[in-house]
Design a protein around this ligand. Structure first.
Ligand code: NAI
Ligand code: MG
Length: 499
């Protein structure tokens, strides 16, 4: 095995400069064929991070060609041997946690201590987890006839296209490429245009371990780079995380080619606090679940909080106090709890929802935390978290995904009604229930229409546990063994007639 020659580079601007204008194709950093680039800005300062390579159809063609070629030998390798290489990628990535955390911080504005560093560490863990699962790519033997040996095998699909967003680019990439690679596929990643550099750096680190062409990384815009990747005739599977709107486009394009897709889309996840809940634990769960540290930019954000009337007022007070105590500031500063939103576009979208909320008859807005005072952050895209109370359940802020630090708290009295209200959403990604009563917990978890339901906690995606939504929140699962088997392999039935 090669030794790690890539030293950690803790100056994220310098590192982005080294990666500027490059794609990863066939194991090498190369410019886009057109030579074109686009600027990536730091949302905390408004200043440019670096120019990224503008990948287009010609680059997609080059990346897919490299992947097709590399996949032939990769797919024939013993599955455990592939797994060992993927686990080795995880170990290498673990040596770069600090560097990756800092790089993702300057391109996304996410706070280093509470978000980016944690994400980089989970990224490495996902590769280590999947790296151990090579020998689990098992088929079955079928008692079809005593004279015939009948078995099923799991084979790689071939080339997988992975399109990822900017809100957790490292983690969401890992959940796609680790299982795809262990299953014997080659992968072409399309990074989000807002946050391409940390993803590219991961590809560069992994290229020291993997054969060239097995993993390729493109940056560019959705329709011009992601579109040709989905449409490419040699791409046999697409895995996507992002908006419902783009998910639909991807699904339609994949339907033309009759290829499978995994879609991880939006959410408006309910949190139900029962009258007997441990209120402090539930409040802490709301802070974690709403991802206030990430400016609420999470598909699983607990953006609909139903609190029993007995606890409602105390819950609102305690939550306000907790969020008020969080410090918004320079994302690289260890004292900072909350960084910025990703882009001017998202900033405007979130602000427009806050305005809509404030204009909603009956609704009350509680603005928390304070904007940073540091003059170098004056152009930063900071949004003060808003907790809305007394919100009509049919209002826009109560129903639509805001993808910002905005949550609605509803007061409830009737159990049947609150379960119905929680389920009255086009989404079904996650849900949490807060109670000390086992019977209530079991009943609610059974009845809530969501893919990931937790009681008395609000954990994020965990390696080993299937994660994925119902209804408009998506199709398929990620993060588990089942996700690798069901979404990155195809089954074959083989019959050996021995007569
Ligand atoms: P998006 O879904 O448009 O972008 C996600 C990825 O898809 C990016 O890499 C993008 O370049 C790519 N893409 C866009 N159009 C494409 C196309 N026609 N063909 C192929 N790939 C394409 O999300 P965007 O524009 O960044 O954010 C819009 C909204 O989506 C947000 O306000 C938020 O509500 C939601 N969102 C949800 C995420 C989640 O984790 N479920 C992540 C990011 C955004
Ligand atoms: Mg978009």
């Amino acid at each position: 095995m090669t030794t790690n020659v890539l030293a950690q580079t803790l100056d994220p601007l310098a590192l982005a400069g080294q990666l500027a204008g490059k794609l990863l194709i066939n194991g090498a950093l190369t410019p886009a064929i057109s030579g074109k680039t686009f600027a990536v800005d730091n949302p905390a300062t408004g200043r440019k991070v670096a120019d990224a390579a503008l990948g287009e159809k010609a680059d997609v063609d080059a990346a897919v060609a490299a992947a097709v070629k590399a996949q032939q030998a990769w797919g024939r390798m013993a599955a455990r041997a592939r797994g060992k290489l993927v686990a080795e990628c995880g170990r290498r990535l673990n040596e770069h946690v600090e560097e990756l955390g800092r790089l993702v911080t300057i391109e996304t504005g996410k706070a280093l201590r509470t978000e980016s560093r944690v994400e980089a560490s989970v990224l490495a863990d996902v590769f280590v987890y999947y790296g151990g699962l090579g020998s689990e790519l098992k088929g079955e033997s079928v008692p079809f006839s005593p004279d015939m040996l009948t078995v099923t095998t799991r084979e790689p699909i071939g080339v997988v296209g992975a399109i990822i967003p900017w809100n957790a680019p490292l983690l969401l990439m890992a959940l796609k490429i680790a299982p795809a690679l262990v299953a014997g596929n080659a992968v072409v990643v399309k990074a989000a245009e807002e946050a391409p550099f940390a993803v590219l750096r991961v590809g560069q680190i992994m290229s020291q371990v993997l054969p060239p062409g097995v993993l390729n990384i493109l940056s560019g815009f959705g329709p011009e780079c992601g579109g040709p990747l989905v449409a490419h005739p040699k791409v046999g599977k697409v895995t996507f995380t992002g908006s419902v709107e783009t998910g639909r486009i991807v699904y339609k394009m994949a339907a033309e080619k009759l290829i499978p897709v995994t879609l991880e889309l939006g959410g408006k996840s309910p949190m139900i606090v029962m009258a007997d809940a441990d209120i402090d634990r539930a409040v802490a769960g709301a802070v974690a679940g709403m991802r206030f540290t990430r400016q609420g930019q999470s598909c699983t954000a607990s953006s609909r909080i139903f609190v029993h009337e007995k606890l409602h007022d105390a819950f609102v007070d305690k939550l306000r106090a907790k969020v008020d105590a969080m410090k918004m500031g320079d994302p690289l500063d260890e004292a900072t709890d909350i960084g910025t939103v990703i882009s001017r576009q998202q900033f405007d979208k979130v602000q427009s929802y806050i305005r809509i909320g404030k204009q909603t008859p009956g609704a009350h807005a509680h603005e928390c935390s304070a904007l940073p005072r540091d003059p170098k952050l004056k152009d930063g895209l900071y949004v003060r978290p808003v907790i809305f109370t007394d919100v009509p359940e049919d209002s826009r802020i109560a129903r639509e995904e805001i993808f910002g630090p905005v949550t609605c708290i509803f007061k409830w009295t009737d159990y049947e009604q609150v379960i119905a209200a929680a389920n009255d959403s086009e989404y079904g990604l996650a849900a949490t229930v807060w109670t000390r009563d086992l019977k209530t917990a079991l009943d609610a978890t059974r009845r809530l229409q969501a893919g990931f339901v937790q009681v008395n906690q609000n954990l994020v995606v965990q390696p080993g546990l299937s994660y994925g939504g119902a209804k408009h929140s998506g199709l398929g699962k990620e993060a588990s063994l089942e996700a690798m088997l069901d979404h990155f392999t195809q089954k074959k039935t083989i019959i050996l007639n021995m007569t």
